[in-house]
Design a protein around this ligand. Structure first.
Ligand code: THU
Length: 157
């Protein structure tokens, strides 16, 4: 038997330390939370994806009275990005959220398992790591790729 270790490296940024173009992406993710449809959870999430054609595509969580029919911000954004610009590669994604008090969350939230799997597909199409920015009020996590969020992912059959 051999032990294997999978390490996920995260850079933790102060919001003020973010490079200018990342700040812009973060702002897009934050403002997308205003367009969440979250009458059930009252938890508003926004995602913004930068594509290699220069476009930024945003999405927000869209809930449904039949709860599992709703979808997260990350999947709204990635499905729309690829539907709208099928030739473009994903470069980076930012995710922001406001809690039930309406305030941006202090600590970053992280995509659910289904969103990780969906995002991974587009990361693989892009052929490069898609940088992930998880946005909290007090700190922003930078991950090098979606794959780093989904070790031992299912990628082929
Ligand atoms: N949600 C997202 O949109 N993204 C996440 O990363 C986590 C959760 C949504 C799903 C649901 O509408 C609400 O947040 C509460 O779970």
């Amino acid at each position: 038997m051999k032990a294997k270790e999978i390490i996920c490296k995260i850079n933790v940024f102060e919001p003020a330390e973010l490079p200018e173009e990342v700040r812009l992406l973060v702002e897009e993710a934050r403002s997308a939370t205003e367009r969440s449809y979250a009458p059930y959870s009252h938890f508003c999430v926004g995602a913004a994806i930068r594509l290699d054609n220069g476009e930024i595509v945003v999405g927000s969580n869209q809930e449904n009275v039949a709860y599992p029919s709703g979808t997260c911000a990350e999947r709204s954004a990635c499905f729309y990005a690829h539907a709208r610009y099928p030739e473009a590669k994903f470069v980076e994604i930012a995710v922001a959220a406001r809690g039930i008090d309406g305030e941006f969350v202090e600590d970053p939230i992280s995509p659910c398992g289904a969103c990780r799997q969906a995002l991974l597909e587009y990361e693989m199409l892009s052929g490069n790591g898609v940088t992930v920015w998880l946005v909290g009020r007090g700190k922003v996590y930078q991950l090098p790729s979606v794959a780093s969020l989904l070790p031992l992912a299912f990628t082929d059959f």
